[in-house]
Design a protein around this ligand. Structure first.
Ligand code: C2O
Ligand code: CU
Ligand code: CU
Length: 401
Protein backbone atom coordinates (compact mmCIF):
# COMPACT_ATOMS: atom_id res chain seq x y z
CA UNK A 1 0.00 0.00 0.00
CA UNK A 2 1.03 3.58 -0.46
CA UNK A 3 0.35 6.39 1.97
CA UNK A 4 -2.62 8.41 0.71
CA UNK A 5 -4.10 5.82 -1.60
CA UNK A 6 -7.61 4.42 -1.28
CA UNK A 7 -7.78 0.70 -0.86
CA UNK A 8 -10.60 -1.81 -0.80
CA UNK A 9 -9.88 -5.39 0.14
CA UNK A 10 -11.99 -8.47 -0.52
CA UNK A 11 -11.61 -10.97 2.29
CA UNK A 12 -13.35 -14.26 1.51
CA UNK A 13 -13.68 -16.80 4.28
CA UNK A 14 -13.39 -20.42 3.17
CA UNK A 15 -11.92 -21.92 6.33
CA UNK A 16 -15.14 -23.61 7.45
CA UNK A 17 -15.74 -21.51 10.55
CA UNK A 18 -16.31 -17.81 11.34
CA UNK A 19 -13.27 -15.56 11.39
CA UNK A 20 -12.17 -11.94 11.11
CA UNK A 21 -9.15 -10.23 9.57
CA UNK A 22 -7.52 -7.35 11.44
CA UNK A 23 -5.03 -4.87 9.93
CA UNK A 24 -2.57 -4.66 12.79
CA UNK A 25 -1.02 -1.23 13.20
CA UNK A 26 -3.13 0.56 10.59
CA UNK A 27 -5.03 3.74 11.42
CA UNK A 28 -8.48 3.24 9.90
CA UNK A 29 -12.20 3.47 10.64
CA UNK A 30 -13.45 1.03 13.29
CA UNK A 31 -15.79 -0.60 10.77
CA UNK A 32 -12.77 -1.50 8.61
CA UNK A 33 -10.54 -2.60 11.52
CA UNK A 34 -11.32 -6.31 11.27
CA UNK A 35 -11.53 -6.76 15.01
CA UNK A 36 -13.89 -9.13 16.83
CA UNK A 37 -16.98 -7.19 15.65
CA UNK A 38 -16.34 -7.59 11.91
CA UNK A 39 -17.09 -11.30 11.76
CA UNK A 40 -16.93 -12.99 8.35
CA UNK A 41 -19.07 -16.11 8.27
CA UNK A 42 -17.78 -19.10 6.36
CA UNK A 43 -18.48 -18.53 2.68
CA UNK A 44 -18.91 -14.76 3.03
CA UNK A 45 -16.78 -11.94 1.66
CA UNK A 46 -16.02 -8.81 3.69
CA UNK A 47 -14.88 -5.71 1.81
CA UNK A 48 -13.39 -3.01 4.01
CA UNK A 49 -12.35 0.22 2.28
CA UNK A 50 -10.17 2.99 3.66
CA UNK A 51 -7.56 5.59 2.86
CA UNK A 52 -4.02 4.67 3.84
CA UNK A 53 -2.84 7.22 6.45
CA UNK A 54 0.40 5.74 7.49
CA UNK A 55 4.10 6.28 7.49
CA UNK A 56 6.18 3.77 5.53
CA UNK A 57 6.67 0.62 7.57
CA UNK A 58 5.76 -3.03 7.76
CA UNK A 59 2.39 -3.95 9.20
CA UNK A 60 0.55 -7.24 9.33
CA UNK A 61 -2.86 -8.80 9.32
CA UNK A 62 -4.25 -11.67 11.32
CA UNK A 63 -7.42 -13.31 12.58
CA UNK A 64 -9.04 -11.60 15.58
CA UNK A 65 -11.87 -14.04 16.22
CA UNK A 66 -12.86 -14.16 19.89
CA UNK A 67 -11.98 -16.56 21.53
CA UNK A 68 -10.08 -18.59 18.92
CA UNK A 69 -7.62 -15.97 17.65
CA UNK A 70 -4.68 -17.98 19.00
CA UNK A 71 -5.63 -21.15 17.18
CA UNK A 72 -6.56 -19.43 13.90
CA UNK A 73 -3.35 -17.39 13.75
CA UNK A 74 -1.30 -20.47 14.70
CA UNK A 75 -2.92 -22.40 11.87
CA UNK A 76 -1.89 -19.70 9.40
CA UNK A 77 -4.26 -16.73 9.31
CA UNK A 78 -1.59 -14.02 9.23
CA UNK A 79 0.43 -12.11 6.66
CA UNK A 80 2.42 -8.95 5.98
CA UNK A 81 1.52 -5.51 4.69
CA UNK A 82 4.13 -3.08 3.39
CA UNK A 83 3.29 0.61 3.34
CA UNK A 84 5.45 3.06 1.37
CA UNK A 85 5.49 6.84 1.49
CA UNK A 86 7.23 9.47 -0.64
CA UNK A 87 9.52 10.74 2.12
CA UNK A 88 11.01 7.30 2.83
CA UNK A 89 11.14 6.29 -0.85
CA UNK A 90 13.60 9.17 -1.39
CA UNK A 91 16.03 7.78 1.18
CA UNK A 92 18.88 5.64 -0.08
CA UNK A 93 17.90 2.51 1.79
CA UNK A 94 17.92 -1.06 0.47
CA UNK A 95 14.43 -1.42 -0.98
CA UNK A 96 14.44 -4.11 -3.66
CA UNK A 97 12.00 -6.65 -2.33
CA UNK A 98 13.57 -10.11 -2.28
CA UNK A 99 16.99 -8.76 -3.30
CA UNK A 100 18.17 -6.48 -0.50
CA UNK A 101 14.88 -5.89 1.35
CA UNK A 102 13.74 -9.09 3.00
CA UNK A 103 10.86 -9.84 5.35
CA UNK A 104 11.41 -12.32 8.17
CA UNK A 105 8.30 -13.62 9.90
CA UNK A 106 9.20 -15.51 13.07
CA UNK A 107 6.69 -18.05 14.36
CA UNK A 108 7.40 -20.93 16.71
CA UNK A 109 5.43 -24.11 16.19
CA UNK A 110 5.06 -27.56 17.67
CA UNK A 111 4.23 -30.55 15.51
CA UNK A 112 2.27 -33.77 15.82
CA UNK A 113 3.86 -37.03 14.67
CA UNK A 114 2.05 -36.69 11.33
CA UNK A 115 3.55 -33.25 10.75
CA UNK A 116 0.40 -31.24 11.51
CA UNK A 117 0.70 -28.23 13.81
CA UNK A 118 0.15 -29.13 17.43
CA UNK A 119 -1.89 -26.57 19.36
CA UNK A 120 -3.25 -26.74 22.85
CA UNK A 121 -4.29 -24.26 25.49
CA UNK A 122 -4.54 -26.53 28.51
CA UNK A 123 -2.66 -25.74 31.70
CA UNK A 124 0.83 -24.46 30.90
CA UNK A 125 0.25 -23.22 27.38
CA UNK A 126 -2.97 -21.54 28.46
CA UNK A 127 -1.05 -19.65 31.10
CA UNK A 128 2.25 -19.00 29.29
CA UNK A 129 0.75 -18.86 25.82
CA UNK A 130 1.29 -21.54 23.16
CA UNK A 131 4.98 -22.05 22.44
CA UNK A 132 6.54 -24.46 19.97
CA UNK A 133 10.01 -26.00 19.87
CA UNK A 134 10.62 -25.28 16.18
CA UNK A 135 11.11 -21.82 14.73
CA UNK A 136 9.49 -21.20 11.36
CA UNK A 137 10.95 -18.31 9.37
CA UNK A 138 8.60 -17.29 6.56
CA UNK A 139 7.05 -20.71 7.03
CA UNK A 140 10.26 -22.67 6.66
CA UNK A 141 12.95 -24.04 8.99
CA UNK A 142 16.54 -22.67 9.03
CA UNK A 143 16.52 -20.90 5.65
CA UNK A 144 19.57 -19.35 4.00
CA UNK A 145 19.82 -16.20 1.93
CA UNK A 146 22.44 -15.32 -0.69
CA UNK A 147 23.38 -11.67 -0.35
CA UNK A 148 24.06 -9.97 -3.68
CA UNK A 149 24.56 -6.56 -2.08
CA UNK A 150 26.71 -5.39 0.80
CA UNK A 151 23.77 -4.08 2.77
CA UNK A 152 20.53 -5.89 3.39
CA UNK A 153 17.40 -4.55 5.02
CA UNK A 154 15.58 -7.10 7.18
CA UNK A 155 11.99 -6.36 8.19
CA UNK A 156 11.33 -8.66 11.11
CA UNK A 157 7.91 -9.52 12.53
CA UNK A 158 7.48 -11.55 15.67
CA UNK A 159 4.34 -13.33 14.49
CA UNK A 160 4.44 -15.87 17.30
CA UNK A 161 1.51 -16.45 19.61
CA UNK A 162 3.47 -16.05 22.82
CA UNK A 163 7.23 -16.29 22.51
CA UNK A 164 9.58 -13.31 22.77
CA UNK A 165 12.91 -13.36 20.94
CA UNK A 166 16.19 -11.65 21.56
CA UNK A 167 17.87 -11.50 18.16
CA UNK A 168 21.45 -10.98 17.09
CA UNK A 169 24.29 -12.43 15.04
CA UNK A 170 26.30 -15.50 16.01
CA UNK A 171 29.59 -13.62 15.52
CA UNK A 172 28.43 -10.70 17.66
CA UNK A 173 28.56 -8.21 14.78
CA UNK A 174 26.58 -5.02 15.14
CA UNK A 175 23.82 -3.87 12.83
CA UNK A 176 21.69 -0.76 12.49
CA UNK A 177 18.10 -0.63 13.57
CA UNK A 178 16.22 1.80 11.33
CA UNK A 179 12.56 1.20 12.15
CA UNK A 180 10.02 0.25 14.79
CA UNK A 181 6.41 -0.99 14.48
CA UNK A 182 4.91 1.98 12.68
CA UNK A 183 7.74 3.76 10.89
CA UNK A 184 11.41 4.61 10.72
CA UNK A 185 13.50 5.93 13.58
CA UNK A 186 14.78 9.48 13.27
CA UNK A 187 18.28 8.10 12.89
CA UNK A 188 19.85 4.63 12.60
CA UNK A 189 20.69 3.04 15.93
CA UNK A 190 23.70 0.73 16.08
CA UNK A 191 23.29 -2.30 18.33
CA UNK A 192 24.11 -6.01 18.48
CA UNK A 193 20.88 -7.41 19.97
CA UNK A 194 17.23 -6.54 19.81
CA UNK A 195 14.22 -8.00 21.61
CA UNK A 196 10.91 -8.51 19.83
CA UNK A 197 7.76 -9.44 21.75
CA UNK A 198 4.76 -10.92 19.93
CA UNK A 199 3.37 -8.53 17.26
CA UNK A 200 6.36 -6.16 17.41
CA UNK A 201 8.25 -5.36 14.21
CA UNK A 202 11.67 -3.97 13.60
CA UNK A 203 13.69 -3.02 10.53
CA UNK A 204 17.44 -3.48 10.57
CA UNK A 205 20.30 -3.00 8.11
CA UNK A 206 22.94 -5.71 8.04
CA UNK A 207 26.35 -5.14 6.43
CA UNK A 208 28.19 -8.09 4.86
CA UNK A 209 30.98 -6.08 3.21
CA UNK A 210 33.47 -8.31 5.07
CA UNK A 211 32.27 -11.28 2.99
CA UNK A 212 31.79 -13.54 6.01
CA UNK A 213 28.62 -15.56 6.42
CA UNK A 214 26.34 -14.05 9.03
CA UNK A 215 24.05 -16.26 11.06
CA UNK A 216 21.08 -14.47 12.59
CA UNK A 217 19.78 -16.33 15.64
CA UNK A 218 17.90 -15.88 18.85
CA UNK A 219 19.50 -15.82 22.26
CA UNK A 220 17.99 -16.91 25.55
CA UNK A 221 15.65 -14.04 26.41
CA UNK A 222 16.35 -11.71 29.29
CA UNK A 223 14.03 -11.41 32.25
CA UNK A 224 10.48 -12.36 31.36
CA UNK A 225 9.42 -12.36 34.95
CA UNK A 226 9.46 -14.82 37.80
CA UNK A 227 7.72 -17.28 35.55
CA UNK A 228 10.46 -17.04 32.94
CA UNK A 229 12.09 -20.14 34.43
CA UNK A 230 8.98 -22.15 33.67
CA UNK A 231 9.37 -21.57 29.95
CA UNK A 232 10.99 -24.53 28.18
CA UNK A 233 14.67 -23.72 28.04
CA UNK A 234 15.10 -23.99 24.29
CA UNK A 235 14.82 -20.43 23.19
CA UNK A 236 18.02 -20.33 21.10
CA UNK A 237 16.93 -20.81 17.50
CA UNK A 238 18.71 -20.26 14.20
CA UNK A 239 16.82 -17.70 12.10
CA UNK A 240 18.68 -17.38 8.80
CA UNK A 241 22.18 -17.82 7.39
CA UNK A 242 23.16 -14.88 5.22
CA UNK A 243 25.75 -16.04 2.67
CA UNK A 244 27.52 -13.20 0.84
CA UNK A 245 27.87 -13.80 -2.91
CA UNK A 246 31.31 -13.07 -4.35
CA UNK A 247 29.89 -10.69 -6.97
CA UNK A 248 28.14 -8.40 -4.50
CA UNK A 249 27.30 -4.84 -5.42
CA UNK A 250 28.30 -1.95 -3.20
CA UNK A 251 25.35 -0.39 -1.38
CA UNK A 252 25.13 3.34 -0.67
CA UNK A 253 26.12 4.54 2.79
CA UNK A 254 23.36 4.56 5.37
CA UNK A 255 21.84 8.04 5.73
CA UNK A 256 22.61 9.78 9.04
CA UNK A 257 19.08 11.09 9.34
CA UNK A 258 16.02 9.10 8.32
CA UNK A 259 12.81 10.95 9.13
CA UNK A 260 11.64 13.58 11.57
CA UNK A 261 9.13 12.82 14.27
CA UNK A 262 7.48 15.35 16.55
CA UNK A 263 8.96 15.29 20.04
CA UNK A 264 6.42 13.52 22.28
CA UNK A 265 4.96 16.28 24.45
CA UNK A 266 2.96 15.03 27.45
CA UNK A 267 1.60 18.52 28.06
CA UNK A 268 -0.66 18.01 25.01
CA UNK A 269 -2.54 15.29 26.88
CA UNK A 270 -5.97 16.12 28.27
CA UNK A 271 -5.92 13.24 30.74
CA UNK A 272 -4.18 10.10 31.95
CA UNK A 273 -6.07 6.85 31.60
CA UNK A 274 -4.88 4.00 33.81
CA UNK A 275 -4.72 0.31 32.96
CA UNK A 276 -3.63 -2.56 35.21
CA UNK A 277 -2.81 -5.94 33.68
CA UNK A 278 -3.35 -8.87 36.03
CA UNK A 279 -3.19 -12.67 36.07
CA UNK A 280 -4.72 -14.58 38.94
CA UNK A 281 -3.57 -18.15 39.42
CA UNK A 282 -6.66 -19.22 41.34
CA UNK A 283 -8.89 -18.01 38.54
CA UNK A 284 -6.79 -19.89 36.01
CA UNK A 285 -7.28 -23.21 37.76
CA UNK A 286 -11.01 -22.55 38.04
CA UNK A 287 -11.05 -21.92 34.30
CA UNK A 288 -12.03 -18.26 34.24
CA UNK A 289 -11.25 -14.75 35.37
CA UNK A 290 -7.51 -15.30 35.31
CA UNK A 291 -6.53 -12.64 32.79
CA UNK A 292 -7.82 -9.14 33.21
CA UNK A 293 -7.28 -5.45 32.53
CA UNK A 294 -8.53 -3.17 35.30
CA UNK A 295 -10.05 -6.19 37.01
CA UNK A 296 -12.27 -7.02 34.03
CA UNK A 297 -12.07 -9.78 31.45
CA UNK A 298 -13.16 -8.99 27.91
CA UNK A 299 -16.90 -8.69 27.32
CA UNK A 300 -17.79 -8.03 23.71
CA UNK A 301 -20.99 -6.25 24.83
CA UNK A 302 -19.20 -3.81 27.14
CA UNK A 303 -17.40 -0.63 26.06
CA UNK A 304 -14.63 -0.10 28.60
CA UNK A 305 -13.33 3.32 27.59
CA UNK A 306 -14.68 6.20 25.56
CA UNK A 307 -12.24 8.71 24.16
CA UNK A 308 -12.85 11.97 22.33
CA UNK A 309 -11.80 12.56 18.76
CA UNK A 310 -8.91 14.94 18.14
CA UNK A 311 -7.58 14.64 21.66
CA UNK A 312 -4.27 13.43 23.01
CA UNK A 313 -4.11 11.21 26.08
CA UNK A 314 -1.55 9.49 28.24
CA UNK A 315 -2.23 5.82 28.78
CA UNK A 316 -0.45 4.50 31.84
CA UNK A 317 -0.15 0.73 31.93
CA UNK A 318 0.90 -1.19 35.01
CA UNK A 319 1.86 -4.82 34.79
CA UNK A 320 0.77 -6.25 38.14
CA UNK A 321 1.34 -9.86 37.06
CA UNK A 322 4.39 -12.12 37.28
CA UNK A 323 4.86 -12.32 33.54
CA UNK A 324 5.76 -9.82 30.81
CA UNK A 325 2.94 -8.86 28.39
CA UNK A 326 3.01 -7.07 25.01
CA UNK A 327 0.25 -4.42 25.22
CA UNK A 328 -1.26 -3.49 21.85
CA UNK A 329 -3.70 -0.69 20.95
CA UNK A 330 -5.72 -0.57 17.74
CA UNK A 331 -6.19 2.54 15.56
CA UNK A 332 -3.14 4.46 16.77
CA UNK A 333 0.61 4.60 16.50
CA UNK A 334 1.77 5.82 19.89
CA UNK A 335 5.00 7.05 21.45
CA UNK A 336 6.53 5.71 24.63
CA UNK A 337 6.94 8.50 27.21
CA UNK A 338 8.68 6.52 29.92
CA UNK A 339 9.26 3.19 31.61
CA UNK A 340 9.20 3.39 35.39
CA UNK A 341 9.83 7.10 34.96
CA UNK A 342 12.85 6.69 32.69
CA UNK A 343 12.79 7.82 29.05
CA UNK A 344 12.64 5.03 26.43
CA UNK A 345 15.82 3.51 25.01
CA UNK A 346 16.74 4.55 21.44
CA UNK A 347 15.30 1.34 19.95
CA UNK A 348 11.78 2.27 21.00
CA UNK A 349 11.73 6.00 20.38
CA UNK A 350 9.80 5.58 17.12
CA UNK A 351 6.14 4.92 16.35
CA UNK A 352 4.81 1.91 18.20
CA UNK A 353 1.54 -0.02 18.36
CA UNK A 354 2.72 -2.72 20.74
CA UNK A 355 4.82 -2.25 23.88
CA UNK A 356 6.41 -5.01 25.94
CA UNK A 357 5.80 -4.49 29.65
CA UNK A 358 7.82 -6.31 32.27
CA UNK A 359 6.36 -7.49 35.60
CA UNK A 360 5.95 -4.60 38.05
CA UNK A 361 6.74 -2.14 35.30
CA UNK A 362 4.76 1.04 34.61
CA UNK A 363 4.84 2.35 31.06
CA UNK A 364 3.32 5.64 29.93
CA UNK A 365 2.26 6.10 26.31
CA UNK A 366 1.23 9.21 24.42
CA UNK A 367 -1.52 8.70 21.86
CA UNK A 368 -3.75 10.82 19.70
CA UNK A 369 -7.20 9.87 18.39
CA UNK A 370 -7.77 11.42 14.99
CA UNK A 371 -9.85 11.16 11.83
CA UNK A 372 -12.29 8.37 12.60
CA UNK A 373 -15.29 8.79 14.81
CA UNK A 374 -17.62 5.93 15.60
CA UNK A 375 -19.49 5.86 18.90
CA UNK A 376 -20.93 2.42 18.17
CA UNK A 377 -18.04 0.32 16.97
CA UNK A 378 -15.10 -0.16 19.31
CA UNK A 379 -11.39 -0.66 18.78
CA UNK A 380 -9.49 -3.10 20.98
CA UNK A 381 -6.57 -2.88 23.35
CA UNK A 382 -5.10 -6.13 24.61
CA UNK A 383 -2.22 -8.35 25.49
CA UNK A 384 -0.78 -9.74 22.25
CA UNK A 385 0.03 -13.12 23.77
CA UNK A 386 -2.87 -14.58 21.85
CA UNK A 387 -3.87 -17.11 24.50
CA UNK A 388 -4.07 -14.26 27.03
CA UNK A 389 -6.16 -12.20 24.62
CA UNK A 390 -8.45 -15.19 24.03
CA UNK A 391 -8.75 -15.66 27.79
CA UNK A 392 -9.97 -12.09 28.20
CA UNK A 393 -6.96 -9.80 28.63
CA UNK A 394 -8.60 -7.33 26.27
CA UNK A 395 -10.79 -4.23 26.45
CA UNK A 396 -12.74 -2.04 24.02
CA UNK A 397 -12.74 1.71 23.38
CA UNK A 398 -14.78 3.94 21.11
CA UNK A 399 -13.86 7.29 19.59
CA UNK A 400 -16.62 9.86 20.20
CA UNK A 401 -17.53 13.42 19.30
CU1 C2O B 1 -2.52 -7.69 16.28
CU2 C2O B 1 -5.83 -6.61 18.24
O1 C2O B 1 -4.18 -7.20 17.21
CU1 CU C 1 -4.12 -4.47 16.11
CU1 CU D 1 -0.31 -11.42 28.35
Amino acid sequence: MKNGENVAINVTNTIGEPSTLHWHGLHLPARADGGPHQIIENGDTWTPAFTVKQRASMFWYHSHMVPVTGRQVYQGLAGLIYVDDDEVSKLELPSNYGIDDIPLVLQDRAFNDDGAFYYNTSMMSGMMGMRGNTLLVNGTVRPFFIARTNKIRLRILNGSNARTYTIGFDDGRTFHQIGTDGGLLEQPYETCQITLAPAERMQIIVDVTDGNPARLRTFASPNQGMMGGMIANNSAFEIVDILPDSGRTVSPALPDRLIQLPKPDPSNAIRTRRFIMEMRMGGMMMGGGAFSINGKTMDINRIDETVRINTTEIWQIDNASMMAHPFHIHDVQFRILDRNGRPPAPYETGLKDTVFIQPQERVRLLLEFSDYLDPDRPYMYHCHILEHEDAGMMGQFTVNA
